[in-house]
Design a binder for this molecule. Structure first.
Ligand SMILES: [Zn+2]
Length: 305
């Protein structure tokens, strides 16, 4: 089955090698191997170096000032890659926020960085056992933390969230503005999936809560790992049953219907759209083009319009 699209921040060409994670002796040898590559993140910022094409990922030997934990990301092109927190930036290297380097790295590099950022953030925020409070131990190459007192196993977290472009079945789509957005930016609606809830039910609930309208059963498009800090964005399109909005001002500053003509030309758009590294922008562009990739088929069908 072919995937319709690979979004930024998704791992590309990374063999996660779960068998190696569980082989502690082998991991020690790989970590000591000078051929292994290391990614030293400073406060979750990405190490980059200037190169002919602009910026390149600073994947190098084990950093001298490496902190804990050492996380085995997997094999990239057969080469073991580790990520580790650092508290200094070596000469010639710069540490930049992941979203700032997103459009300047290759898909493979960006996928490695996203994986490293998500795992190191998880370690930094899950040091203690949630049941008894004891300091936990790192196992399986940084993919598991275990409580030595009560035995609780803690796995890296990924929180499912739905993100939906609501349209009217015709020429209009609905975009909203959250209080924390940069000036002028409007985007798709989004929210976390709650316990016991299907993604489709979460779409219907979020749309009803945020703008007060009902939608038809939503169409799943594709998903994007979103390591800010640990979401999996499940992207949908949904047709509204009603155009009259009742905006929840606690969630959104504004929400409006926009026509294709208003959004199509970037020079005359009345608002800013989300950045191209996001599935929000992808959903909007799909709708603008009247094309929606069909999950799994690798082909495209016309969106309802
Ligand atoms: Zn415990």
């Amino acid at each position: 089955m072919r995937r319709p699209v690979v979004h930024p921040y998704e791992s590309v060409g990374l063999d996660r090698a779960p068998d190696l994670r569980r082989d502690a002796g082998r991991l020690v040898a790989l970590a000591a191997d000078p051929a292994s590559r290391w990614l030293g993140l400073r406060e979750l910022a990405i190490p980059v170096v200037a190169c002919r094409d602009g910026l390149g990922l600073a994947l190098g030997p084990r950093p001298a000032e490496a902190g804990e934990p050492e996380v085995f990301l997997g094999l990239a092109g057969g080469i073991p890659v580790f990520a580790v927190p650092v508290n200094a930036t070596p000469p010639g290297v710069r540490h930049l926020p992941l979203r700032e380097v997103a459009v300047r790295l290759t898909a493979t590099e960006l996928g490695l960085c996203a994986c490293a950022r998500a795992l190191l953030h998880w370690h930094a925020t899950h040091r203690h056992c949630g049941r008894c409070g004891t300091l936990t131990r790192v196992e399986e190459g940084g993919h598991l933390r275990r409580c030595p007192a009560c035995g609780l196993e803690i796995h890296p977290r990924t929180d499912p969230a739905v993100i939906v472009l609501v349209h009217d079945g015709g020429d209009r789509c609905l975009l909203g503005r959250a209080p924390h957005f940069p000036p002028g930016l409007y985007s798709t609606l989004a929210g976390f999936v709650e316990p016991g809830e299907s993604p489709e039910a979460a779409v219907a609930r979020e749309v009803r809560e945020e703008v007060g309208i009902a939608v038809d059963p939503p169409l799943y498009v594709s998903a994007q790992p979103w390591p800010f800090p640990r979401s999996l964005m499940l992207g949908f399109l949904a047709r509204a049953r009603d155009r009259t909005l009742v905006v929840d001002r606690g969630e959104l500053v504004d929400a409006r219907w926009f026509t294709r003509a208003e959004l199509a030309d970037p020079r005359h758009r009345p608002v800013r759209l989300p950045r191209r590294d996001s599935i929000a922008r992808y959903l909007i562009e799909c709708w603008l083009a009247g094309a929606v990739p069909v999950a799994g088929s690798g082909s495209e069908s016309r969106a309802s319009r």
